[in-house]
Design a protein around this ligand. Structure first.
Ligand code: BES
Ligand code: ZN
Ligand code: ZN
Length: 497
C-alpha cells in the first residue's frame, strides 16, 4: 500500500472516517466532504445506525458525493495508539471491490502518533498470500493507495512516521511470506538462497551460509542430528547488518524447522500441515533484519537462523541417541519431536561465543505447552535477566505485541540436566510445565563471559511464539496464516523508537 500524507482537503477514492462511539455529527472532520455525502454520514450517525463500536465498519454509497467507510474507534476515553492501529487494520479488512483501490482518511484527532498508528494498521493488514493462486479476471489484487489528510504543520512529522512504518511493515510481510510458504518450497537451503538474494539489495548487510558438511565439521551436533533424516539437509544462515561496526551488539537466534513431522517420535496426522510454521522463529529474525535495513538502522545486529527439516527416515536420529553439540555438552535425545531446542543449542552457543553479544534473543515455535498456557494471545517470555525481560515486555506492549513473563526456575533446570548418561536431556520428566522445561533446557546453552568468579552468562531472552506466530484470530493486523509477530517488537527494542 502506498500511503501519502497531505495537508489539503481533497478526497480521492473512498473516504475513510474513524469515528468515536457516541459521535452524532462530524464537525471538524468534514472539511472537503461533498454536501450530499456529508448529509448521509450525519444521518447514520444521528440516527444511531452507526455506533462507532471499536473495529466496526459501515459503507455508505449512492449519493453523488462519493463513497465513504466509517470505522469505529470505540470510546474516546479508552483510545490509545493500539485502538487506532486496529481500526486502520479493520478498515482494510472490510474493504470490498466496491470501495476501489484509492482511499482518503480524514481524522478528527490531530494526534500524529494516533494518525500514524492508523496508517500502520492499514499497511500491516494490507497483505495476502496469493503466490499459489492462479489468477482470473475477477481477482482484485490492485495495489492500494491511501492519502492521509492532516494539518500543514504535521505533514513532515507524519510523512516520516509513515515512511518508517511502511519500511517495518515490509519486514513483517517478509516474515509472513516465509511462514506461509508451503514446505515443499520452503526447506533449509531454499531459506538460505532467499537470504542470499535479499542481501544483494543492501550494501551494509552480509549473509553467510554454513552448509551441512561444514556444520558437521564444526561440530553442530544439534542442527545435524535434527536435519540429517531429511533429503533436504540442514544449514545455519547468519545475517549481519553493519558488520563494520565494533562493540557489543544484539544477536537474534531463530528456530527454523521448515517442517516438523516429529521425526521418529512422529506427530499425529491431524493439523500436521501447521508444522510448516515451525520456521517462524527464523522468519522473525529474517523479517527483523529486513525491517532494520529498510529503516536505515546504522548499528551492528546479527541474526542466526538454525534451519532443518525434521523427518523420519533410516538416516534420522532415534529416541535414545546421545549427541554432542557445538558447546561440547551432550544431550540425551528422548523424543525427536523436541527438536527445536536441539538446533537452538548450537545457535545460542554460537551467538554467545563467536560474537560480542550485548544480548541474545531467541524466537521459536518451541512448545505446544506454551499454546496451552497462553493461547494465541501472548508469546511466552523467559530471561536470565529480569530487567532485560521487562524491556522486551515493554517493547511488546508499546507496539501491541504481547509477550508474557514466564519463570526460569532452578527446578526446571535440574529436571533437564538429570540424564543418567548425558549432560542434558531434551525431554522433561513429565509433561507438566513443558514450556518452562524447554526454556530451562535452552539456558544450558547460553555461554558465560568472563573468568572465574566474574564469569556471567550472556544476557539472554527466549520467546516461545508457538501460539502467536500463526492462528491468532484476534490479531486485527492479519487475516490468516503467519502473523509476522515480534518484528516490530524487536525494532522497538533495538532502535528504542
Ligand atoms: N514445533 C513443535 C511445537 C509446536 C506445537 C508449535 C504446536 C506450534 C504448535 C515442537 O517441536 C514440538 O513438537 N514440541 C513438543 C515437545 C515435547 C515432545 C516435549 C510438544 O510441544 O509437544
Ligand atoms: Zn517437534
Ligand atoms: Zn518443532
Amino acid at each position: 500500500m502506498q500511503v501519502t500524507v497531505s495537508s489539503g482537503n481533497n478526497i480521492y477514492g473512498t473516504l475513510v472516517l474513524p469515528i468515536f462511539e457516541g459521535t452524532d455529527t462530524i464537525g471538524a472532520t468534514n472539511e472537503g466532504i461533498p454536501n450530499s455525502l456529508n448529509a448521509q454520514i450525519n444521518r447514520v450517525l444521528s440516527e444511531g445506525d452507526f455506533k462507532g463500536k471499536a473495529n466496526s465498519t459501515m459503507t455508505l454509497l449512492g449519493t453523488d458525493g462519493g463513497k465513504a467507510m466509517l470505522v469505529g474507534l470505540g470510546k474516546e476515553a479508552d483510545a490509545t495508539v493500539h485502538t487506532y492501529r486496529d481500526a486502520g487494520a479493520s478498515a482494510v479488512a472490510a474493504r470490498k471491490k466496491v470501495h476501489g483501490s484509492e482511499f482518503t482518511v480524514n481524522f478528527s484527532t490531530k494526534d500524529t502518533a494516533a494518525i500514524a498508528a492508523f496508517a500502520e494498521g492499514m499497511m500491516l493488514r494490507d497483505y495476502d498470500y496469493d503466490e499459489y493462486k492462479s489468477k482470473d479476471d475477477d481477482d482484485d489484487d490492485a495495489d492500494l493507495s491511501t492519502r492521509i489528510n492532516c494539518n500543514e504543520s504535521d505533514v513532515e512529522t507524519l510523512g516520516a512516521a509513515v515512511e518508517r512504518a511502511a519500511a517495518i511493515a515490509g519486514g513483517v510481510h517478509l516474515s509472513r511470506d516465509l511462514g506461509n510458504c508451503p514446505p515443499n518450497d520452503m526447506y533449509p537451503m531454499a531459506f538460505a538462497e532467499k537470504a542470499e538474494a535479499w542481501a544483494k539489495q543492501y550494501s551494509n548487510v552480509t549473509v553467510e551460509v554454513i552448509e551441512y558438511e561444514a556444520a558437521k565439521r564444526l561440530g553442530m551436533g544439534g542442527l545435524v542430528a535434527v536435519g540429517m533424516g531429511s533429503a533436504r539437509k540442514p544449514c545455519m544462515v547468519i545475517f549481519t547488518l553493519n558488520g563494520d561496526q565494533s562493540g557489543p551488539h544484539p544477536v537474534l537466534v531463530g528456530k527454523g524447522i521448515t517442517f516438523d513431522t516429529g521425526g521418529i517420535s512422529i506427530k499425529p496426522s491431524p493439523s500436521m500441515d501447521e508444522m510448516k510454521y515451525d520456521m517462524g522463529g527464523s522468519a522473525t529474525v529474517f523479517g527483523t533484519m529486513e525491517a532494520l535495513a529498510a529503516i536505515g538502522y546504522d548499528k551492528k545486529v546479527v541474526g542466526i537462523t538454525c534451519m532443518a527439516e525434521n523427518m523420519p527416515s533410516s538416516n534420522a536420529q532415534r529416541p535414545g541417541d546421545v549427541i554432542t553439540t557445538l558447546s561440547g555438552k551432550t544431550i540425551e535425545v528422548l523424543n525427536t519431536d523436541a527438536e527445536g531446542r536441539l538446533v537452538l543449542s548450537d545457535g545460542l552457543w554460537k551467538a554467545g561465543t563467536d560474537f560480542d553479544a550485548e544480548y541474545i534473543v531467541d524466537f521459536a515455535t518451541l512448545t505446544g505447552a506454551c499454546v496451552v498456557a497462553l493461547g494465541h494471545e501472548a508469546t511466552g517470555l523467559w530471561s536470565n535477566d529480569d530487567d532485560f525481560r521487562t524491556r522486551i515486555h515493554d517493547a511488546g506492549n508499546d507496539v501491541g505485541e504481547l509477550a508474557w513473563p514466564m519463570p526460569l526456575l532452578p527446578a526446571f533446570e535440574k529436571e533437564m540436566t538429570d540424564s543418567k548418561i548425558a549432560d542434558t536431556r531434551n525431554l522433561g520428566a513429565g509433561r507438566w510445565g513443558g514450556a518452562n522445561t524447554a526454556a530451562a533446557f535452552l539456558k544450558q546453552f547460553v555461554p558465560e563471559k568472563g573468568e572465574g568468579d566474574d564469569a556471567k552468562q550472556v544476557t539472554w531472552a527466549h520467546m516461545d511464539i508457538a501460539g502467536t506466530y500463526w492462528g491468532a484470530k484476534t490479531n486485527k493486523t492479519v487475516g490468516h496464516g503467519a502473523t509476522g509477530v515480534h518484528v516490530r517488537t524487536m525494532v522497538r527494542l533495538i532502535t528504542g523508537e
